[in-house]
Design a protein around this ligand. Structure first.
Ligand code: ADP
Length: 428
């Protein structure tokens, strides 16, 4: 009977490995199948901690109790395997759930992450059917497991097996250790595949950046020829042209200007993607004042108030951060058409981060689209009459991400928008 069981565990162990290789998804393979973590030993409960989630089978203690148990184990046992058949002796808190987990076996899958498998065996007292078992004694089996059978008085025996489970047999232990190896193999294989996909994706992005860089670069020359020749036509032959032809040529010039703007932006976008970042401590007060003058220049006759409040330094790439704040401040002015436009730029250090905000009292952004406006070429309906290419915020996001930071916003339609940029103070 016992041998039968042992064979079954071994067969199930092979089946688990097959499932793992086939599924490649450990949770699917070890939990959601008829042959699962409970099929490789006589435990009555099992828990699988994987990718920050906990998956349970059978009778297991409460989540809080399991977490406490793991915390205790971490301090006690640096290795990746632990088993006992009398947990409460070492960890008294476990007495509470002795009827579920007097014995535990645990394997740690990854050292650097909290990934474990735990098995629980109940207290023997609960398991043994007293009638008919009375006169047997404790015998050690060939594979190391122990069958405890009381000969002594009931109360004495009960005392002896209090908070004690059936022992973990050698077969059970080796199945657990083998499972650990199998699992690590599958996880590594999976990680390799993900890494390969990531590399391919990165290469595709780089190719796309190179492509857009080359194409936009090459488009500039023919485009400026179109514009130049059109201007020559208007200058030299303007008098001979009908007013309609004149108007059409003016439209050609306007179109080329618009296209040149788009090309410039796409070039900048791909440049940020390709460029290596060179970080230096930046005097933000000076930089923001320069940008302020630049963005105000085209709006000579409007009432635009830009206040620059606190300017903690940033350790970053000068060209990229110039570009970032030019885009945000440029948008703040552009999308605040009512006078006075009130714009405020402020920075503060919060723990290990420097957080800058750029706030305006303009047309605002419908927060439904807040997550999407950082996408390339994304423009919202309420800016139809305001010129733009939809590239500026995509560039801003790339720059922030290159600095390991975050960018987000708060906004209310017709009231204004506040952009947040958070960068780590210590740039690696
Ligand atoms: P562009 O300004 O050239 O259209 P951006 O990428 O800079 O492109 O911005 C994308 C879109 O986000 C804009 O078209 C506009 O709809 C919205 N947006 C950006 N900044 C603001 C702002 N300060 N106020 C209102 N809408 C904004």
């Amino acid at each position: 009977m016992f041998e039968e069981k042992t064979n079954q565990y071994m067969q199930n162990q092979i089946k688990l490995f097959e499932q793992l290789m086939k599924e490649m998804e450990p949770v699917e393979a070890l939990i959601n199948k008829p042959v699962n973590l409970l099929s490789v030993n006589s435990a009555e409960g099992a828990v699988f901690f994987y990718e920050n989630k906990m998956y349970c089978l059978g009778n297991v203690p409460e989540e809080k109790e399991i977490k406490e148990l793991i915390t205790w184990l971490r301090t006690k046992e640096p290795g990746n395997f632990f088993q006992t058949s009398s947990l409460a002796k070492e960890f008294p808190e476990a007495e509470k759930y002795a009827d579920i987990g007097s014995g535990i076996m645990i394997i740690q899958i990854a050292h650097d992450r909290s990934e474990y498998i735990l098995w629980f065996k109940p207290e023997i007292k609960r398991k043994v059917n007293w009638a008919g078992e009375k006169n047997k004694e404790q015998t050690k089996q060939e594979d190391g497991s122990v069958h405890i059978s009381p000969r002594k008085s009931l109360s004495k025996w009960t005392e002896e097996v209090k908070c004690t489970s059936e022992e973990w047999s050698n077969t059970e232990v080796s199945a657990a250790l083998k499972l650990r190896e199998d699992l690590i193999q599958v996880i590594n294989k999976r990680a390799n595949e993900i890494r390969k996909l990531n590399d391919a994706l990165k290469a595709a992005y780089e190719e796309l950046d190179t492509f857009s860089f080359t194409i936009s670069h090459d488009l500039r020359t023919p485009l400026s020829s179109i514009k130049n020749y059109t201007e020559i036509i208007l200058e030299d032959f303007g008098k001979e042209l009908s007013p309609e032809a004149h108007l059409l040529f003016m439209k050609v010039i306007k179109g080329t200007d618009k296209m040149a703007g788009l090309i410039k932006d796409v070039l900048q976008y791909s440049r940020v993607g390709r460029a290596d970042i060179r970080k230096i401590p930046l005097d933000m007060g000076k930089m923001l004042t320069e940008i302020k003058e630049e963005v105000l220049a085209p709006y000579g006759d409007r009432d635009i108030q830009i206040s620059i409040i606190n300017c903690p330094p940033i350790n970053g790439d000068r060209t990229m951060l110039m570009q970032l704040f030019t885009n945000l401040m440029g948008n703040a002015v552009k999308y605040s058409p009512r006078d006075p436009a009130v714009i405020e730029i402020n920075g503060e250090i919060k723990d290990d981060f420097v957080v800058y905000t750029v706030e305006d009292n303009g047309i605002g952004i419908d927060m439904k689209y807040a997550g999407r406006i950082f996408e390339l070429f994304r423009r919202l309906d309420n800016v139809k009459n305001i010129e733009g290419t939809g590239v500026g915020l995509a560039i801003a996001k790339r720059i922030v991400e290159k600095h390991n930071g975050k960018i987000w916003l708060e906004s209310k339609l017709d009231h204004g928008t506040k952009f947040y940029i958070e960068l780590p103070v210590k740039q690696g």
